[in-house]
Design a binder for this molecule. Structure first.
Ligand code: FMN
Length: 185
């Protein structure tokens, strides 16, 4: 008997309970209403993730050489997941530093470009008004390692909790979650 399909939600916002946390949680909630799946929500900012130091030791050993932080805790969950819903706010046209640190630390996956083959990814970008293009490009990094990007959504919100006051943005999340659910067997 196989275990339940796991959908992992990752928020890359440093602002707890901000628009991104709300959006990722909402999408997980809708998916679990539509499909018999297990969902897990994590905030990268709740973990101690050191900066990539650019040593490129990972190119030799296939994994990050920094081991005295929480990077591997998140990585373990990511490897278990069938689908990953990754969300981040736009900070200067890119994900915030906390999220970018996590992304940088997966550099060693280059030694096995099929590391994430079979995983499906949905991307949520949150911004006040602009900078989505380059941000989405960065948040799509898992495709380089074989994951399939099945959908992207752009949410417009600035102040904390603003997303909840915007029915059109919440409706976008509903449609997005349905699209992701269709991609789950
Ligand atoms: C340092 C910083 C940089 C930002 N840069 C942008 C930007 O380039 N474009 C934009 O539209 N909004 C920008 N914003 C606004 C955030 O994307 C917006 O407030 C978002 O709702 C924050 O999401 P959160 O509540 O999940 O943290 C920036 C906010 C901060 C704090």
């Amino acid at each position: 008997m196989g275990s339940k399909t796991l959908v992992l939600g990752i928020s890359g916002s440093p602002r707890k309970d901000g628009n991104t946390d709300v959006a990722v949680k909402k999408v997980l909630e809708i998916i679990s209403r539509l499909r018999d799946v297990e969902t897990v929500f994590i905030r990268v900012a709740d973990f101690n993730i050191k900066h990539c130091r650019g040593c490129r030791e990972c190119m030799r050993i296939g994994e990050c050489a920094i081991r005295d932080d929480d990077f591997n805790l998140i990585l373990e969950k990511l490897m278990e997941a069938d689908m990953i819903v990754v969300g981040a706010p736009v900070f200067w046209s890119s994900p915030p530093g906390v999220m970018k640190d996590f992304i940088d630390r997966t550099h060693g996956f280059y030694t096995d470009p099929k590391r994430l083959l079979g995983k499906k990814v949905g991307i949520i970008s949150v911004a006040a008004d602009s900078g989505f293009e380059s941000h989405e490009e960065i948040l799509s990094w898992m495709r380089i390692y074989g994951a399939e990007i099945v959908g992207k959504v752009r949410i417009y919100a600035r102040e904390k909790g603003e997303i909840l006051q915007k029915p059109e943005e919440m409706a976008k999340l509903e449609r997005f979650a349905r699209l992701l659910a269709e991609n789950l067997q």
